[in-house]
Design a protein around this ligand. Structure first.
Ligand code: GLC
Length: 540
């Protein structure tokens, strides 16, 4: 096996991934909801960026309590998104275009409308009872004090017993301690793998194993319940079994959502000698502005930078990281980490493109990042769609203005606003009535006008693909204490890059070396770094 700088070469280490949230990408049939044929229509837009892999958020049959993360039938396509023939056509077209397609494996829980749960809730004697986690309560009280990630208790009562749901009430958790459940999951994975998909993003995968004693959480644990949920006793056993029985037989990539997994525990999930996952998403960078309970809090650049050094130190040559700053669960990058004012929006969007494409790890970008899309200016609670926002609002305790102000910082709905394609009505997303709000700037900030940001992404992706040091090179932060500049190198014998990012709108003096300036977001070089300036130097 060929190695570079001590790493085994693998296609997914060298890939750039583009995430699609199908509901909000492109509507082809005027029903107001994005669909698979819409993606097909826009494939050239994705291919033009030079990305290698498309990750499709759930496209399965679902009653949409959590926009498809609640699956009713793993072998059917969501009717609003099209048919199985449309899926097959999309997969073929993606392959034809020289890209790969990975899908979302959501198997910590199903929908409560899944046939297994419909059976399971019929009573203790039903053969599917043990597919889920049922316990008696304590009188009127649930079996333990576990909270749902989406607020409220993680238990719902059904007749005499309660079922566990770490997310919404309509998302009952599967009982992975039952070997039949694991067998069913392996079967449905094979169903999609045999169609030719190229891998899986695995939703909250560390949550699959629960402590069978289901002990109450301590007050401290209740502040970060995900840390308890991600620490069950058998997660590694179940992942190794899945790898042995299923994944090892295909040339695919896997990336697990490591919500709640500490950095110390990450190597065990991704060490290639163990046969579990290829990569995971670590949450530190997207948690940087979160206080316990989901409140927004300010953050410092020094702390942001330290995350990348820590991550780099956590893995050796047998593990491989990911880089992401956005997805369907997070606000928009420019509004959150950059500056979305008219002066700096494009420039700061390009700076974060630079960071993503020069950092160590497989980069994941989310639809609209390549256009520098911004957060939606929500004004009222009723404008939100997310079940999490609705549950949080119902739990009470704050007035609407304060609640909406916080959600404007943290809400997942910012990312779920439909894509903006042109200055046509509804940003060209649909000819019908859109399922969700259209951004007030869609007529101005859309794929037709944002060529500069898009082209910058494409240039960076091409540069990354052409330079192995940007993929396999060692990472070193050169100015960890600098309050405005993020400067780092990526180096390996024979090839070195220096990346200098001014993470502010102010001009700043920073010592830059002589050397070829490879990619930047300003036209001509200048001695001072200008506002949100990003430079990539080739310095070997
Ligand atoms: C993951 C998904 C999120 C979903 C949750 C429950 O965190 O990314 O969108 O709501 O799991 O499936």
């Amino acid at each position: 096996m060929e190695t570079v700088n001590g790493y085994r070469r693998r296609w997914w280490k060298e890939a750039v991934v583009y995430q699609i949230y199908p509901r909000s990408f492109m509507d082809s049939d005027g029903d107001g909801i994005g669909d698979l044929r819409g993606i097909l229509q826009k494939l050239a837009h994705i291919q033009g960026l030079g990305v290698d892999v498309i990750w499709l958020s759930p496209h399965f049959d679902s009653p949409n309590a959590d926009n498809g993360y609640d699956i009713r039938d793993y072998r059917q396509v969501m009717a609003e998104f099209g048919t199985m023939a449309d899926f097959d056509a999309l997969l073929a077209a993606v392959h034809e275009a020289g890209m790969r397609l990975i899908i979302d494996l959501v198997v910590n829980h199903t929908s409560d409308e899944h046939a297994w749960f419909v059976e399971s809730r019929k009573g203790p004697d039903n053969p599917y009872r043990d597919y889920y986690i049922w316990r008696p309560g304590h009188g009127d009280q649930p079996p333990n004090n576990w909270p749902s990630i989406f607020t409220g208790p993680a238990w719902t009562r059904d007749d005499e017993n309660w079922y566990l749901h770490l997310f919404a009430e309509k998302q009952p958790d599967l009982n992975w301690d039952n070997p039949k459940v694991r067998g069913e999951v392996h079967d449905l994975m094979r169903f999609w793998l045999d169609k030719g998909i190229d891998g899986f993003r695995m939703d909250v995968i560390p949550f699959i194993s629960k402590d069978p004693a289901l002990p109450d959480m301590t007050p401290d644990e209740l502040r970060r319940p995900q840390d308890v949920y991600a620490n069950g006793p058998h997660v590694h056993d179940y992942l190794q079994e899945m790898h042995r029985d299923v994944l090892a037989h295909y040339d695919v990539m896997t990336v697990g959502e490591a919500f709640g997994v500490s950095l110390e525990r990450t190597p065990d999930l991704v060490d290639e000698r163990r046969g579990e996952l290829d990569m995971v998403f670590q949450f530190d960078a997207v948690d940087i502005d979160r206080a316990p309970g989901g409140q927004w809090k300010p953050w410092r650049l020094q702390d942001f930078k330290a995350i990348f050094t820590r991550h780099d130190g956590a893995l050796d040559r047998h593990g491989w990281p990911t880089v992401f700053l956005s997805n369907h669960d997070n606000p928009r990058i420019v509004s959150r980490y950059g500056d979305d004012s008219p002066t700096w929006r494009e420039t700061s969007a390009m700076l974060f493109a630079t960071l993503l494409m020069t950092m160590k790890g497989t980069p994941f970008l989310y639809q609209g990042d390549e256009l520098g899309l911004t957060n939606y200016p929500f004004e009222r609670v009723e404008q939100f769609d997310d079940v999490w926002v609705k549950n949080a609002w119902q739990s009470g305790g704050v007035d609407e203005a304060a609640f909406v102000a916080n959600q404007n910082r943290v809400s997942r709905d910012h990312a779920r606003i439909p894509m903006a394609w042109s200055d046509s009505p509804n940003g060209g997303f649909t000819t019908g009535r859109p399922w969700f709000l259209i951004h007030p700037d869609a007529g101005r900030i859309n794929a037709a006008t944002q060529g500069a940001v898009y082209d910058h992404f494409a240039r960076l992706i091409a540069h990354r693909h052409a330079h192995l040091s940007l993929i396999y090179g060692d990472y070193r932060d050169l100015a960890p204490d600098h309050p405005q500049v993020f400067a780092y190198e990526r180096s390996m014998p024979g090839e070195r890059h220096l990346i200098v990012l001014n993470m502010s709108g102010e001009e700043v003096a920073f010592d830059v070396p002589e050397g070829a300036w490879a990619v930047g977001n300003y036209d001509a070089p200048s001695p001072l770094l200008r506002g949100w300036e990003a430079r990539v130097y080739r310095v070997d």
